[in-house]
Design a protein around this ligand. Structure first.
Ligand SMILES: C[S@@+](CC[C@H](N)C(=O)[O-])C[C@H]1O[C@@H](n2cnc3c(N)ncnc32)[C@H](O)[C@@H]1O
Length: 424
């Protein structure tokens, strides 16, 4: 039997290393449609070909032959922390995320992983997680219950990190570190982690990590505003298995006063941007009307702000233009968008950011770029970006940590080589 002639689409798909079934959800088409393109019975959509070419390029860019280090991505969301480390030659060997919409976005943007996304981390045995050099986690923070601790102590149960942190998601981070003893870890959280539960949460976290035998330099709060036009302060906690002179003090963070402005990430709407981008912009690159606030919502937000101003509290909505920076994008942006409203000029209702603008505001796409795949609804996209990290901050931290991870990896190699003749 003769082989069926293959279409350009089919060849490109094979270069992307994806089956029709795996590719279909990433492109938003049914497998049946893709099979028609495969057989050359119908012409593939131009937008679909752009996505496919991007996947082929990404495959080339993200598959280092021999990874410099192996890492795991916990509470992975849409993989913002991963994006800082992977380009440095890291290979992600395990991902945990339980939200199905976040998983969809993650899978669309990291389609070549050789592992499935694992679900609830509290149900995952540490021994089932592969060995790794680096653990990454932007874990949700919860208070630690003192009552639970004293009861356990009274019963004479084992001491250690489990006592104080059991029942929290940080406990799961600690037990995985304890089991695998990676060379390093990076934990990320909101700035307010330090004050959470009157400082107790932070104290327990630091003590637990140090009790696990890790060198944990003073954490640092970094404002992303030097990198992206958004005030976003997050705390970063790094730890190293071996004593080392890593310090966050010499991490060079650009001044928030000199950061880029919103004009760099907004759709230009002057015809210079190629459109349409999903339902965000039209063929001429103009932002869809659906992002403009209704008269009713705009009136409500103004009245609400006036009421609070009169009472002397809160600062209501955040109206900004191309020359400004935005407030922190939060996971609740989908509700009314009030924290970042784009001014559309006198007499016009403001609009929300489009999800593409959020991708740029968080550094997932560079200014003017539209590469990040957003396969979910606007509501889910806003939640995902609001929960995530400013990628350029993590990129800077990753570069700062790399020599220490690499130095340790080299030490391990030396140990291995010294042991080899004995083994042989
Ligand atoms: C603050 S977000 C982290 C976002 C991530 N750093 C990023 O770049 O997108 C926390 C994530 O943890 C996930 N999560 C919470 N509890 C979880 C659990 N028990 N198992 C797995 N994932 C969980 C949430 O769905 C959420 O996506």
């Amino acid at each position: 039997m003769l082989d069926e002639p293959r279409s350009d689409f089919s060849r490109l798909r094979e270069r992307a290393g994806l089956s029709v079934e795996a590719l279909a959800p990433l492109m938003g088409y049914s497998p049946a449609t893709l099979y028609r393109w495969e057989r050359g019975e119908a012409m593939p959509r131009q937008a679909a070909l752009v996505v496919l070419e991007d996947l082929v390029n990404k495959r080339g860019a993200t598959e280092p032959e021999k990874p410099a280090f192996r890492f795991i991505d916990l509470f992975a969301g849409i993989g913002g922390i991963r994006r800082g480390f992977e380009p440095l030659g890291g290979k992600c060997v395990f991902t945990s995320e339980w939200d199905r919409f976040a998983k969809t976005t993650y899978a669309a943007n990291f389609p070549h992983d050789d592992h499935e996304i694992s679900g609830d981390i509290t149900k995952t045995e540490a021994k089932d997680i592969p060995e790794h050099d680096l653990l990454l986690a932007g874990f949700p923070c919860q208070p630690f219950s003192i009552a639970g601790v004293s009861k356990k102590n009274a019963l004479g149960r084992a001491h250690g990190f489990a006592d104080e942190t059991q029942g929290t998601l940080f406990f799961d981070v600690a037990r995985i570190i304890s089991e695998h003893r990676p060379k390093a870890f990076l934990l990320e959280n909101v700035k307010n982690l330090v004050n959470h539960d009157k400082g107790r949460t932070f104290e327990v976290i630091m003590r637990t990590l140090r009790d696990l035998g890790y060198h944990v330099p003073t954490p640092r709060v970094v404002n992303a505003k030097g990198y992206v036009p958004q005030h976003r302060e997050r705390i970063l906690i790094a730890g190293f298995r071996e004593e080392c002179d890593f310090s966050f003090d010499d991490l060079d963070v650009p001044s928030p006063l000199k950061g880029p402005k919103l004009g760099t990430i907004l759709h230009p709407e002057d015809g210079t941007e190629k459109g349409p981008d999903k339902h965000y912009t039209d063929a001429k690159g103009r932002v869809s009307d659906k992002y403009t606030l209704t008269d009713h919502l705009w009136r409500y937000l103004q009245d609400y702000a006036a009421k609070h101003r009169a009472a002397g509290n809160g600062f209501g909505f955040g109206l900004v233009g191309r020359g400004d920076a935005a407030r922190t994008l939060s996971a609740r942006y989908y509700k009314d968008g009030s924290e970042i409203l784009i001014d559309r000029g006198e007499g016009q209702n403001p609009r929300r950011l489009t999800p593409r603008e959020c991708a740029r505001l968080m550094g997932f796409d560079k200014p003017g770029e539209s590469k990040f795949i957003i396969p979910v609804s606007d509501t889910q996209a806003y939640k995902q970006f609001g929960n995530s990290v400013a990628v350029p901050v993590i990129e800077a931290v990753a570069r700062h940590m790399l020599p220490y991870i690499a130095a340790e990896a080299a030490q391990d190699q030396e140990h291995l080589q010294r042991r080899l003749p004995l083994v042989g």
